[in-house]
Structures are given as structure tokens and as C-alpha cells.
Design a binder for this molecule. Sequence first.
Ligand code: SF4
Ligand code: SF4
Ligand code: SF4
Length: 241
Amino acid sequence: MPHIITGKMMLIDSSICMACKGCQVSCKAWHQLPAEDTSFIGSYQNPADLSGITYTMLRFNEVAGLTVLKYLEWLFFKDQCRHCVNPKCQMVCPVPGAIVVEPSGAVVFTDECDPSICVTRPCESKCPYDVPRLNEEENKEKKCDFCYDRIEDGKAPTCVTTCPSEAITFGNVAYIQGLANARLAELLAKYPNANIYPDVAMGGGGKKGGGGGAGTHVIWLLIDDSSAYGITSGGGGGMWP
Ligand code: SF4
Ligand code: SF4
Ligand code: SF4
């Protein structure tokens, strides 16, 4: 039985992304977030991880032998909140109104988050995609908010409009799912392990049950299994029914 997802979806085509990090910068600018104090970690991946002041970042991984030519390929993954249809973070949150789901599907952490009530921060530990992080200055959990304020205003998220290679597409669910299926068919001709992540067979919710198995509003096209990208749940290879 196919899962019904309403609202908006975002497709990130990792095969097109050139890791310019324009999305990282525009996300910081729109949310007025400060820069990270970083150091070289032996990779162009910078910052090294998501944080309470970094809602999206590019993961860099190298793999060999994905095509018959056995080239070394650089795999880029734009990490961020998946905006689960049944978000685990909201299910475990003890503070009413601290996490809300907008009509667009955006899962938003609000100012109602109260660290005097919620001391164990289960939204961070229970997220199947390891997304929310503590903002130490505010002592509150933070993450990508799908730019819900822009969506309400009829605009796409700022990372979408900034991407120079058009690797990020935003729109209605049926349009994005159709686009993902068509692109996957093209990619499979070259990359036999290409897939839509999180796993479509699990409702786009990831093998660990992210999204309550009901799907996510953010999906990726990958040219290899999610483990090659340094991310945990997902994989698959199926198309939307
Ligand atoms: S702006 Fe587009 S091409 Fe640049 S890193 Fe982000 S997703 Fe990739
Ligand atoms: S990816 Fe994690 S933080 Fe984002 S909606 Fe899903 S459970 Fe919540
Ligand atoms: S949707 Fe908005 S908040 Fe989320 S990564 Fe893109 S720019 Fe940042």
C-alpha cells in the first residue's frame, strides 16, 4: 500500500551536486547563523558535522569502481533534516508545541522548547538520521526548518534557489516523486547501485524506520548505497509506486 505524502517535497540530486557549498552559505545567511570555528580535518568537508549553528553541510566521501571504468568518484551528500511525515523527534518530545509539523510538511522546532522541562533532549538521541544538535548559546536543539517561512510566502527554501547546478528541486509531492523516478532510471543505466534515499520500499522513511515508515519530505538521488556516503539508514533502489 503506497504511503500518501501531502504538502511539499525537496529532491537533492547528489549526482549533480558539485559541492560548491552555496547551500551551506545561503542557509546560514537566511537564518542569521554565525560561522563555525573550524580546522582542517584532512578533507574538504568543512565544517566537519551538523551543529546547533549549522543546519546543512556537505559530506565528502571517495569511492572507487562504481562504473565499469573503475574511476575514483567523489560522493557529495548535502546533509539536513529529512522532514519525516511521522517525525520521531516530535513523538518523543515532552513539551507541547515545541515541535510542530506545518501543512507543507516542514518539521519545525519552535521557541516553546524549554530546557528546564526537557533535560534529556530525546529529539536528538531518537532521530533516526542524527540531525538535531544543541545550540549551546540558547541551550536548545536546532536543525533545518525547511525554510517554512519562505514556503508560507510562496517561495522555495533558500538552499534551492541558491544552488547553481540546480541539484536541489522543490515542489509538490507528485511532481518531485515523478522527477526522482525519471532521474533514477537515467542513473541506473550508468550506476547499478543508484537509489532513492531514504528507502522508497520503506515509504521513503529509511530502513531504521525514520519517518515512522511513512515517508520523508526530503529525498536524495544517490549513485551508490547510503553507507558509501557516510550516512546510516536508507539504501533501496526502488521507485515511487
Ligand atoms: S549549492 Fe547545489 S551544487 Fe552547491 S553544494 Fe549545495 S547542492 Fe551542491
Ligand atoms: S530527520 Fe530527525 S529531526 Fe528531522 S523530522 Fe525526522 S526525526 Fe525529526
Ligand atoms: S531548507 Fe532552509 S533551513 Fe533547510 S537546509 Fe535548506 S536553507 Fe537550510
